[in-house]
Design a protein around this ligand. Structure first.
Ligand code: NI
Length: 154
């Protein structure tokens, strides 16, 4: 495993629409493992492949309930609304309030290509929305109602 460089806002990689994964091979496994290690070393709760310069539909999330690997994920259900405070490893030091669905269900493939569904609420619902947006070249700032001032950060 290796820690990869996290691409920062302003790099055009973060504006591109990613291609689906079609090969569930050892290279994908290495990418997933490197992404998890990179996310953890940066104290993040989620990371999308374009953030490490790879334009493929791959996401890792860990909101403190264990590692989730999502390949070719799609949101299949959204319910309710919640207000969140979001940041992004590609926008260090910047946080903003957003409105996201309160409950989100995703359908994705695992590293072997097997389809599964998973539901999330609260932070996990936000993470699903935030990370899947990255796969379509969208940063959380598109959803921000108000950016936080430095004195509002703890
Ligand atoms: Ni992000």
């Amino acid at each position: 495993m290796a820690i990869r460089n996290i691409v920062k806002e302003g790099d055009e990689t973060l504006t591109k629409v990613c291609r689906p994964v079609d090969k569930f091979d050892a290279k994908l496994a290495v990418l997933l493992e490197d992404m998890a290690e990179t996310m953890r070393s940066a104290n993040g709760v989620g990371l999308a492949a374009p953030q490490v310069g790879i334009l493929r539909r791959v996401v890792v999330i860990d909101v403190g309930e264990g590692l989730i690997e999502l390949v070719n994920p799609v949101i299949i259900e959204k319910k309710g609304e919640q207000e969140c405070v979001e940041g992004c490893l590609s926008c260090p030091g910047e946080y903003g309030t957003t409105k996201r669905p309160a409950k989100v269900k995703v359908r994705a493939q695992d590293r072997n290509g097997k389809f599964f569904e998973m539901s999330g609420e609260e932070l996990l619902a936000t993470a699903f929305c935030h990370e899947l947006d990255h796969l379509d070249g969208i940063l959380f700032k598109k959803h921000v109602i108000r950016m936080l001032e430095p004195d509002e950060l703890q």
